[in-house]
Design a protein around this ligand. Structure first.
Ligand code: NCD
Ligand code: ZN
Length: 361
């Protein structure tokens, strides 16, 4: 038996940046999310990106069909910004309550982003319409200019693209996704309340040394790539400060091991099974558990103008390390679960509402 030593109850958290993929992966990875979170922003970068509203409807139905009765999880759908994006899809999607945000990937910046936008200024006419609909533009903020050092691409992008966008459409709500630098933290703090940022669990924990610790670590490779220690600390301070402009987006991004452990391994870290536990542990380490609820359960919903979850979650610290799977199986293939290289002591579950199924995933 694990011995309990500390616990807190907070509003059930949300995940403001999540990749669920398609069959057969989604069936295996999604239970880790719908059993622990109330809502999640679902990324649209499927192999066939979600550009049309009809695709978002289909994907929404698929996701909903996988939720076990007793869980009230709500997927918040996004549309992939492309030169083919139609304003009508956005209008209809927001009006029908299906679409919660638009996602902008610079063309080719990351997994399945080849249909992304090369020059954002071409999309200004469309983006000008978003403030009336009160939905944010979610930005993968890295330049694709290959002459810019990979560790500088996030900072460079702020000047190259985000500043210009804000100047042109100041009333546009923006979320800078998965920020990794002090530059981004400062940028968010210096700008008005229309701009916020998501932060992942792994960027609170990893710096760029971890990628090369005794050899190449493909399971620590993600975009944006982990940065220097001073940047990790800036991001960690922002998250644990409780400031309403920062909220959790795990960016849990499962890939089959064979695709990550290869000559050209793809980007993405699968953290859904343990991201919340490790985040709670980070907040404890920073003596900031009082701010955990802001970061994982309140700030995001407020920014998106959505209601807070009606259930409570209990986070408990145990004396012995919590076991989690190191890999999950998908048919004959495996997906590696994020492991920062030190034990996990925090565990959480939804409590306080109805006859919840206590299955272990
Ligand atoms: C994500 C993925 O695999 O879809 N990868 C990643 O490294 N974060 C895409 C993304 O968010 O960049
Ligand atoms: Zn992502």
């Amino acid at each position: 038996m694990l011995e309990e030593i500390k616990s807190i109850e907070i509003i059930t958290p949300d995940d403001w940046h999540l990749h669920l993929r398609e069959s057969p992966l989604i069936e295996k990875v999604f239970p880790y999310t719908f059993t622990k979170f109330g809502k999640a922003i679902i990324m649209p970068n499927l192999k066939n990106p979600i550009i049309r509203l009809s695709q978002a409807h289909e994907y929404y139905k698929k996701i909903k069909s996988l939720i076990i009765p007793g869980y009230n999880f709500e997927p918040l759908m996004t549309l992939f910004l492309s030169e083919e994006t139609r304003l009508k899809d956005i209008y209809d999607g927001v009006k029908s309550g299906t679409i919660s945000a638009i996602k902008f990937y610079p063309q080719g910046v990351t997994t399945n982003s080849y249909g992304g936008v090369k020059d954002l200024s071409k999309m200004y006419n469309l983006l000008e319409k978003l403030p009336d609909l009160n939905i944010p533009l979610l930005i993968h903020g890295e330049t694709t200019n290959s002459k810019v050092d990979i560790y500088d691409r996030e900072a460079y992008f702020l000047e190259e693209t985000v500043s210009k966008l804000i100047e042109k459409i100041p009333e546009l709500k923006i979320v800078l996704e998965h920020i990794t630098t002090k530059d981004s933290v400062d940028f968010i703090l210096e700008n008005n309340s229309n701009i916020a940022a998501t932060i992942t669990a792994h960027h609170l924990i990893l710096n760029r040394n971890n990628l090369f610790d005794e050899g190449l670590r493909p399971h620590y490779y993600c975009r944006p790539i982990a940065k220097r220690e001073e940047h990790r600390m800036a991001v960690r301070n922002a998250a644990t400060s409780g400031n309403s402009k920062f909220f959790l987006g795990t960016d849990s991004a499962p890939h089959l091991d064979k695709n990550k452990e290869s000559a050209c391994g793809c980007a993405g870290i699968f953290s859904a099974p343990n991201a919340l536990g490790y985040v709670a542990q980070v907040f404890e380490e920073e003596s900031a558990l009082d701010n955990l609820e802001n970061f994982i359960s309140i700030n995001g919903a407020k920014f998106y103008n959505l209601s807070l979850n009606s259930t409570l979650s209990k986070f408990t610290k145990f004396k012995e390390a919590i076991k989690y799977p190191s890999k999950i199986e998908v048919g004959k293939e495996l997906i590696t679960v994020f492991n920062p290289g030190y034990p996990l002591y925090w565990k959480n579950e939804i409590v306080g509402e109805k006859n919840l199924i206590k299955e272990k995933f």
